[in-house]
Design a protein around this ligand. Structure first.
Ligand SMILES: Nc1nc2c(c(=O)[nH]1)N[C@@H](CN(C=O)c1ccc(C(=O)N[C@@H](CCC(=O)O)C(=O)O)cc1)CN2
Length: 287
């Protein structure tokens, strides 16, 4: 068996076309969805992601503004900017690019974002709502994975899902979202003892551990769907995921590549969430 490659760029284009239509409809009502992006420090990867977020907004017709702060900026200054953006009616979505420099209390900074503008879905209220199956803004990366599965008509209900990696950004919300869809979900870690005994059971394997070549072909059930969320820059400059792509491809039924898999979906779902935020705020304002 050779897996079908899930082309994240193609799925992203499909979702972005819908986003364009929704944005045009909102603009016709006098509302241009607006995103504010806060970046602190000089992390080169973060700068690229922020630039790509701005580009995606422009492409779909959203307004976006970047607020860049030096790494040694006091927490209070960043929080003051967030409070000002919370009160700005032209800003519908706010995000703080992660990771923040070490001295920041990231939880506190994220909690300053208005729940209604929390398009990353990282505010504790939205995290709690997700646990109850009622979230308004699902976190962008796991939301993107869900859309990729939906696009390929991959069933979730009743499937064995193994998520490797329990981060707040990907692993935990991914597990919650798939559990909500009646999958049987197991969360593992890169350090799980005999990881293969769990991964081999997966009908759908989502890997977000940040360890290159963590998942080898012998750890994957024949016919499994394998979604690679890892982003690892190798010493030779190559970007790879957490899965031995060429090896696992020979066993899986579907596989997402890195680059060109989940990454483009993360940014697309951010645009989608910002449009939903604008629509909800417009509806509230209209009464
Ligand atoms: N506030 C947030 N911070 C972070 C998030 C997030 O969702 N919200 N996720 C990641 C970084 N991230 C978006 O911010 C992100 C990562 C990767 C990609 C992407 O498109 N990757 C490409 C490769 C790009 C490259 O060459 O480096 C791919 O996989 O094809 C988009 C967004 C952590 N921080």
């Amino acid at each position: 068996m050779v897996a079908k490659i899930i082309d994240g760029k193609a799925v992203a284009q499909h979702v972005r076309a819908q986003c364009r239509e929704e944005t045009a409809a909102l603009k016709a009502r006098g509302v241009t969805p607006g995103l504010a992006v806060i970046i602190v420090g000089d992390n080169p990867a973060s700068k690229v992601y922020v630039a790509n977020k701005v580009k995606a907004c422009t492409e779909v017709g959203l307004h976006s503004t970047v607020y860049a702060f030096a790494a040694d900026t006091p927490d209070a200054e960043v929080e003051a900017k967030i409070l000002a953006l919370n009160a700005d009616p032209l800003v519908h979505g706010i995000l703080v690019q992660l990771p923040l420099p070490k001295h920041f209390d990231a939880k506190r900074v994220l909690a300053a974002i208005s729940v209604d503008k929390d398009v990353d879905g990282f505010h504790l209220y939205n995290v709690g709502a997700l646990a109850q199956g009622e979230t308004v803004f699902p976190p962008c990366t796991p939301y993107g994975v869900s859309k990729m599965l939906e696009y390929e008509n991959i069933p979730i209900e009743g499937q064995n899902v193994v998520v490797v990696g329990a981060s707040n950004i990907v692993g935990k919300p991914m597990a919650m979202m798939l559990m909500q869809r009646d999958a049987t979900v197991c969360i593992c870690h890169a350090k799980t003892r005999d990881l293969a005994q769990f991964t081999i059971l997966a009908d759908i394997l989502v890997v977000a551990a940040g360890v290159p070549n963590l998942i080898l072909p012998q750890m994957v059930r024949t016919g499994a769907v394998v979604i690679d969320v890892g982003i690892n820059r190798l010493p030779d400059g190559r970007l790879v995921g957490d899965v031995d792509f060429e090896g696992v491809r020979q066993k899986a039924s579907y596989i997402s590549p890195v680059p060109g898999g989940v990454g483009p979906m993360t940014i697309t779902m951010l645009v989608h969430n910002t449009i939903q935020a604008a629509r909800r705020q417009a509806e509230l304002a209209e009464g």
